[in-house]
Design a protein around this ligand. Structure first.
Ligand code: PMP
Ligand code: GLU
Length: 402
């Protein structure tokens, strides 16, 4: 018997575990040992799933919805999603053009597996959500990172974008409101993306998972409204995790051109088969029932957002763009790089996040995980008491740096 460990696939060696989930696990493990850790790391609403949705999930089990469902999800749920697109946006997507999957993350996975060939380049504006580059890599694609400017509120600058386009560019990922910055892309940026995409036959991925959590007046600009002709090249990714506080139910959905959805169904049929049946019925209750819950959450998040932005900007050397949506703030701490606290040298976002966890007992996600090392992400999906205590600890920890 050889003592060598079993060899691993090259594809898995190129990627790291999700850093957001890793920090969350570390914070929870520390709490379990009795440590007074405040968790600003993971992005999940601090609300229970609404009672009528839980009841629908339980009822589904009692009604015998405990077996395989059609691969793309039960028809009633796809009809409800189709109806939401129509009522909320005026968009027409047939149930056949919709796939239900095991969370928004899984929609992205199915998409890239179905659409990318080796070497295909996908433009990813940075700061980006942690899972985009590894998901592209796992499908053999090449993530091409397009930097966004804090000074421009993290909007996408068309001139910068063009610099990263090559003959191998196959598509672009849009995420508005964004995780981690909360930035909302302007109509001007979306128009420029649409023009380039139409000219070059790109796939446009619109990750709309935070669409119900916006803080600004007016309608959220969307590429499909800005340029309806993009529809045949557009895939919309969404889910109930954030909008209905259903992160553990694992239901996401995608809508796009029929041939692409069919290809994604092929991948799903050979991998997960279908998302859990009771979860699909719970999502049906969420999307076809009263639509006031996302607003209730948004109203709870609004004062927390205001408090975080104001407090962070009042700290010497820190700048924080006000997020137009989501429940994250992404302040710039680079003025503190080069300082130290005894044996803690602060040289980058990782060392700062480690210091904050060790010395201030606050768990955050270092910006490097999002492709932006000057920053640290705080989720404000937690109580005002925790936010206030966390900001007090943060200020003290930063003041201690020499
Ligand atoms: N997209 C973005 C930008 C996210 O932040 C998340 C958060 N997990 C997802 C997609 C996927 O969410 P989930 O898989 O929990 O539905
Ligand atoms: N999207 C959330 C976050 O960024 C959940 C964790 C994850 O799926 O990465 O924290």
């Amino acid at each position: 018997m050889s003592s060598e460990p079993i060899a691993l696939a090259d594809r898995v060696l190129q990627i790291a575990p999700s850093p957001t989930l890793a920090v969350n696990a570390k914070a929870k493990a520390l709490r379990a040992t009795g440590a007074d850790v405040l968790n600003f790391s993971v992005g999940e609403p601090d609300f229970p799933t609404p009672a009528h949705i839980c009841a629908a999930g339980k009822q589904a089990i009692d009604d015998g919805h405990t077996r395989y469902t059609p691969v793309p999800g039960v028809l009633e749920l796809r009809e409800a999603i189709s109806q939401r697109f129509k009522e909320d946006h005026g968009w027409d997507y047939d149930p056949d053009q919709i796939q239900v999957c095991c969370g928004g993350k899984h929609g992205l996975y199915n998409l890239f597996q179905a659409a990318l060939n080796p070497g295909d380049e996908i433009l990813i504006p940075a700061p980006y959500w942690v899972s985009y580059p590894p998901m592209v890599q796992l499908a053999g694609g090449v993530p091409v990172i397009v930097p966004l400017d804090e000074e421009k509120g993290f909007d996408l600058d068309p001139a910068t974008l063009e610099k990263y386009v090559t003959p191998k560019t196959r598509g672009i990922v849009l995420n508005s409101p964004s995780n981690p910055t909360g930035a909302v892309l302007s109509s001007r940026a979306l128009e420029a993306v649409a023009a380039l995409a139409l000219e070059n036959d790109w796939l446009v991925v619109s990750d709309d998972i935070y669409e119900t959590l916006t803080y600004e007046q007016g309608v959220l600009p969307h590429i499909l409204d800005v340029e309806p002709a993009i529809k045949e090249q557009l895939i919309i990714l969404n889910g109930v995790s954030k909008s209905f506080s259903m992160t553990g139910w694992r239901i996401g959905y995608s809508a796009g051109p029929l041939h692409l959805i069919k290809a994604m169904n092929k991948i799903q049929s050979q991998s997960t088969s279908n998302p859990a049946a009771p979860s699909q019925y719970a999502a049906l209750a969420a999307l076809s029932g009263p639509q006031d819950f996302p607003k209730v959450m948004q109203e709870a998040f609004a004062p927390r957002r205001a408090y975080m932005v104001e407090t962070l900007n009042s700290i010497p050397g820190v700048s924080c763009v006000s997020p137009g949506g989501s429940f994250y703030v992404f302040p710039n701490f680079s003025a503190y790089y080069g300082k130290a606290f005894y044996n803690h040298a602060i040289v980058d976002s990782l060392s700062l996040a480690d210091y904050l966890l060790d010395e201030a007992m606050i768990a955050t996600v270092p910006g490097v995980a999002f492709g932006a090392d000057d920053f640290i992400r705080f989720s404000f999906a937690t109580s005002m008491e925790v936010l206030c205590e966390g900001m007090t600890r943060l200020k003290k920890a930063l003041e201690a740096l020499q």
